[in-house]
Design a binder for this molecule. Structure first.
Ligand SMILES: Nc1nc2c(ncn2[C@@H]2O[C@H](COP(=O)(O)OP(=O)(O)OP(=O)(O)O)[C@@H](O)[C@H]2O)c(=O)[nH]1
Ligand SMILES: [Mg+2]
Length: 459
């Protein structure tokens, strides 16, 4: 990508709104704006940075008046991208924004690629890669906790930690190389010192990794899988949690054939609720695939809602696949049981279940017990999740941290084997490469293109 071109894009959602913003960045940004914007005798190119001006937006080639606007000016390097930036705030309307963008293109801009403004900020050293990725997470955050996790990463909390580990590893490499290059003047670092430095680096990486399990939840949502025998009311339960009729519900056992995933929020926690095909042995080839998918979903579950039918004997209703995950037993259709018998049935079932999990009664059909179920889901989620301490939420960072631990462990093995210290340096250089890919110092162009390709246009 050439940083030489001046780019433009619509930076706000296209629709009717109070304002809509066109963003222009690059060397020619002020020249372009001076062709598009008129306000008395003011010339945009003479105006100071960090000022806003009211005037008319015109298309220079068609010389027509598009809208009355406010332009905000940022001169390099004090801007989001680090280049000259002009933001044109129009009235928010589809026709206005399209006309304004096409005027900017006519005036000499190229249409920005997805994420290109942030990519320029990265290439100009305004942000490192984890911070650029955090911008995208922040925009996409659906809940307050997800927002907090993204904001902490944008503030550089992860970069700082990774940077500290990286410089510790660099210190070790430098000591080794100095001893190799100047054997007469520099003594070889002692095995004890090497070991303690490498172990501290490894422990710091491991500590970052422990927050990933929690971080992933805030970024991608907690996977709550609704499973159980056919016809117990799993799809009805999904609909009750969503509060609209998303999944098909019928009295016919085997109605749901495929996995249905829907996002929702429970007490600030992003949830992916997953309705599945009822577990039973079947000869129907389509249902068979459905049951297979249910089993795969159970493997990826963070929490299982195991639904049983209040009217039926539970010994026939607990599938083996659901064991081993945090599970809430949902005894559904309690409306079919006389209310005076309910406490007795619940405690009887609970005894019969033994260790499998907490049990609660619901009627998905009439919305009984749903709030209590949400409370229990939130409680289970909170037991293992606190947004406050999460530093790593991105699977890319996790993979690189894992490979850093591996190379640090290899270095420790080499050291314990009593091999020459230059052998250590190989694994330590690998560690630095992995850590550098997190912050972007050693990231390839391909990787950078892939990351920014996931952004929206205008960011
Ligand atoms: N009385 C009563 N009926 C319910 C309740 N929940 C679901 N049902 C009924 O039970 C039947 C099956 O409901 P579904 O939600 O389709 O059950 P499912 O577990 O998704 O079934 P499969 O997709 O076939 O595995 C439907 O006729 C529902 O109306 C409930 O709380 N009370
Ligand atoms: Mg169903």
């Amino acid at each position: 990508m050439q940083l030489t071109s001046t780019i433009a894009a619509i930076a706000t959602p296209v629709g009717s709104a109070g304002i809509g913003v066109i963003r222009i960045s690059g060397r020619e940004a002020f020249d372009v704006a001076s062709r598009l914007f008129t306000s008395g005798r003011k010339r945009v190119t003479d105006l100071p940075s960090h000022t806003a001006h009211f005037g008319a937006l015109v298309n220079p080639t068609l010389s027509n008046h598009i809208d009355d606007v406010i332009i905000t000016l940022f001169r390099a390097p004090s801007s989001y991208t680090g280049e000259d930036v002009v933001e044109i705030s129009c009235h928010g309307g589809i026709a206005i924004l399209k006309a304004a963008l096409s005027a900017a293109l006519d005036a000499g801009c190229r249409l920005a690629e997805p994420g290109e403004f942030t990519k320029r900020a990265f290439l100009n050293g305004k942000l490192d890669l984890t911070q650029a990725e955090a911008v995208n997470d922040l925009i996409r955050a659906q809940t307050d906790d997800a927002r907090k996790v993204a904001l902490r990463q944008l503030d550089g909390a992860l970069s700082k930690r990774v940077g500290e580990i990286n410089s510790r590893v660099l210190g070790v490499i430098a000591a080794i190389e100095a001893a190799i290059d100047f054997p007469d003047d520099v003594p070889e670092p002692t095995p004890d010192w090497l070991r303690s430095e490498i172990e501290s680096a490894r422990d710091a990486v491991t500590q970052l990794l422990t927050s990933f399990g929690r971080g992933r939840v805030y970024r991608e949502g907690l996977r709550v899988v609704i499973a159980g025998r056919v016809n117990v009311g799993k799809s009805s339960l999904l609909n009750a949690l969503l509060r609209h009729a998303r999944a098909i519900v019928t009295p016919i056992p085997g109605t749901t054939r495929d996995v249905i995933e829907e996002s929702l929020e429970i007490q600030g926690i992003p949830i992916v609720a997953i309705d599945t095909a009822g577990l039973r042995s079947t000869d129907d080839p389509v249902e068979k695939i459905g049951v297979e998918r249910t089993k795969q979903s159970l493997e990826s579950a963070d929490i299982v809602l195991l639904v049983i039918d209040a009217e039926h004997d539970i010994s026939l209703q607990i599938p083996d696949d659901a064991r081993g995950k945090p599970t809430i037993i949902v005894m559904n259709k309690i409306d079919l049981i006389p209310s005076e018998r309910l406490p007795e049935v619940l405690s009887e079932r609970s005894r019969a279940l033994g260790h499998v999990g907490p049990i609660l009664g619901t009627s998905a059909a009439i919305g009984l017990g749903i709030e209590e179920l949400e409370r229990q889901i939130a409680e289970l989620a909170a037991a293992s999740n606190s947004a406050e301490s999460v530093l790593v939420s991105n699977a890319r960072h996790e993979r690189l941290l894992v490979s850093s631990t591996e190379s640090l462990n290899r270095a420790l093995d080499t050291l314990l084997d009593g091999q020459p210290i230059d052998m250590l340096a190989i694994d330590l250089v690998d560690t630095r490469r992995s850590l550098g890919m997190i912050t972007g110092e050693t990231a390839s162009d391909d990787l950078i293109d892939r990351i920014f390709g996931e952004f929206c246009i205008g960011k």
